[in-house]
Write a protein that binds this ligand. Structure first.
Ligand SMILES: *Cc1c(COP(=O)(O)O)cnc(C)c1O
Length: 233
């Protein structure tokens, strides 16, 4: 593993200010209000000190890929900042469902009936249910999580029947090589069909496009925290 340099709080604060300004400008161009777009700062692979720097700069919503990493980092931060919001945005194994339900405010990657079963069971045991987003594999990429487009309507309806209003919206990660706009437009139309308000789409490279297509949550990592080691996904 390459040495990760210690986080630079001033750089993180400046990056956050820049991303927030770009979000506000993109919202304005789309005829939307800046406050209707929530920035989820994706801090996977970055140390708690980097998260603390973002918190000091006013950031409260964070995204992590791995349950284990989130469980190691967040309880202490949350003890100091009870208003933190943790989004789990990585593909979720059923054997991590219980820990995910325990620590997450939003699980963005509900994508198959077996995971719905595991989350339902975990919610019963833990006595809490995070908000749930359904991830759609809009690019039909075999290596990616997400329900297939043609199975999405039935799966969303089944999840709404089971979990009610906890099913808050949809999430997608367009293929890296594709023009993301068509993927974002598809996801927005799908959310509208199911009267789902939350649309988590857009990352460092394409969050402005996502905002133009109605994103309510953008998941931005490297533009805030800098680059990650390539293997970190
Ligand atoms: C890592 C990750 C992001 C953030 O990606 P950046 O390109 O660093 O902004 C967003 N969403 C998901 C699901 C991720 O895994």
């Amino acid at each position: 593993m390459p040495e990760t340099p210690p986080p630079d709080p001033a750089a993180i604060a400046a990056n956050l200010a820049d991303v927030r300004a770009r979000i506000a400008a993109a919202a304005r161009r789309a005829g939307r209000r800046a406050e209707d777009v929530t920035l989820v700062a994706v801090c996977k692979t970055h140390p708690a000190a980097a998260v603390a720097a973002a918190i000091a700069a006013g950031q409260r919503q964070f995204g992590e890929n791995r349950v284990q990493e989130a469980a190691a980092k967040f309880p202490a931060l949350r003890a100091a900042h009870p208003d933190l919001h943790l989004h789990l945005i990585g593909g979720l194994q059923t054997n991590k469902a219980r820990e995910a339900v325990r620590i997450a405010d939003v699980i963005e990657t509900l994508d198959r009936p077996r995971l719905a079963d595991a989350l339902g069971e975990a919610a019963d045991r833990e006595g809490r249910l995070p908000r749930l987003l359904i991830q759609v594999n809009t690019g039909a990429e075999p290596q990616k999580s997400g329900i297939a487009r043609d199975a999405a309507d039935a799966f969303i309806a089944a999840c709404q029947a089971r979990f009610g209003a906890a099913v808050a919206g949809l999430m997608c990660i367009p293929p890296a090589a594709a023009d993301p706009a068509a993927h974002f437009a598809w996801l927005a139309a799908c959310a509208a069909r199911h009267r789902l308000a939350m649309l988590s789409m857009g990352m460092s490279a394409d969050f402005e496009t996502a905002i133009a297509h109605g994103a309510t949550h953008v998941r931005v990592g490297s533009a805030i925290f800098g680059h990650r080691p390539p293997a970190a996904g």
